[in-house]
Design a protein around this ligand. Sequence first.
Ligand code: SAH
Ligand code: SF4
Ligand code: F3S
Length: 480
Amino acid sequence: MNEIIDLDNIDLTKEPPLMEPDRQWYYIAKCRELVKAKSEELGRPLYASIITFGCQMNSRDSEKISGILKQIGYVETDTEDADFILYNTCTVRENANNRVYGRLGAQGRLKKDHPGMIIALCGCMMQEATAVEKIKTSYRFVDIIFGTHNIFKLAELLQTRFDSKRMVIDLWKNTDMIVENLPNDRQYSFKAGVNIMFGCNNFCSYCIVPYVRGRERSRNPQDILDEIKGLAKDGVVEIMLLGQNVNSYGKNLETPMSFAKLLSEIEKIDGIERVRFMTSHPKDLSDELIEVMKQSKKVCKHLHLPIQSGSSRLLQIMNRRYTKESYLELVEKIRAAVPDISLTTDIIVGFPGETEEDFLETMEVVRKVGYDSAFTFVYSKRTGTPAATMEGQVEETVAMERFDRLLKEVKANSVAAGKDEHTTQKILVEEVNEQNPGLLTGRLSNNLLVHFKGSESLIGTIVDVFLDESKGFYYMGSLI
Ligand code: SAH
Ligand code: SF4
Ligand code: F3S
């Protein structure tokens, strides 16, 4: 749990401490002085805006960044003419990178009319030397660049920028450090993401993540449990445990602990009603975990189990370390233990060498499993990964055509969608419906959405709704 640090008690006449997190609290206090002075000079608060690309790891990192900025005294905004702008980048596919360059160009033009503006870049794309080179030469107006391993250092880097007036670049290749007890600013009051591990050791042949997020590191179970207890005290009812491969949690701890055991410990925490996790690698999904999911009252009836391809031949070249057959057996085992579970997946089409036969095997798996939804991607070449130099790169038109067929197949085969029509179910009420402000939106344990009429005061609570009508991937319901 976060200790409360009194910034006024930090003696800034002394040298900065060497140990973390004390060193960062010192820099937070120091930056705060400057921001306060600047804000008094301008007669208004200083604003900060964070633009986040990519996955839930990045969203979680942005919450930590936002926590640091708020402590420093910035007021968060979502406009791009703020005093401090940060892009938290993703590089998993080429289009993620292109979006950043596009936004950055516009940001540079804005900065011309706003000379005091500080522009910072962090996240996965910054761990790639080619991207950083391009920014150093073509986007000279960027002030701060850091990566995925040192986000905790933001205040120190900002202070360096205030002092030096030059582009500050701090990039680490890897780290074994996990800094606890820094500020944090959660996006929702009632649900929260909790990192349980960082990095990835799997090196799937198409994937850049292990190169930009470093080797796998698990957080200490006690730190995780303390954080969740603190969240429960704060009124959080649902948590999402985050890691690139949660099923291998704890293998490298001094006292190893399985993911299933961690889940059982979390289950005991009062106040937490729902537990989700992301992502599960099929090769490491244990019988012990299936048993915990079966027994648990809190673990949600939803499993995201990326298959990537239905062709065992391609799976081997992808370095996924399971086959179509072993995957389907696993699905059967899970369904036998937890019959009402909802399964979702990630699929790549157009991996180098993918033939029509390989693709048809993916379509077959989609029919057999009946996913409730699938994130489908056209393969994107990532420089530095083994797949980038493989022969048989698939033409874009062929990949796009397969992509469309796949989407249709996923839609036609969903199992859970509609299954609970005309039953009463529990949902966590999350927000006012974006399209229709007269409705609220909540989420079932199996992750499907329900729209219903109700008072905004229900947001953040778990309520019973009757599911009047299935609309395929969501329901219309009424409050009981
Ligand atoms: N750790 C998770 C996935 C993280 S990346 C897991 O192993 O399941 C999220 C998804 O992006 C992957 O599951 C994969 O489907 C997709 N992806 C990763 N690299 C890709 C690439 N080079 N081209 C297209 N899709 C990719
Ligand atoms: Fe990428 Fe594979 Fe690691 Fe997932 S498990 S992050 S797909 S290398
Ligand atoms: Fe996530 Fe993108 Fe990085 S998917 S781990 S933000 S490369």
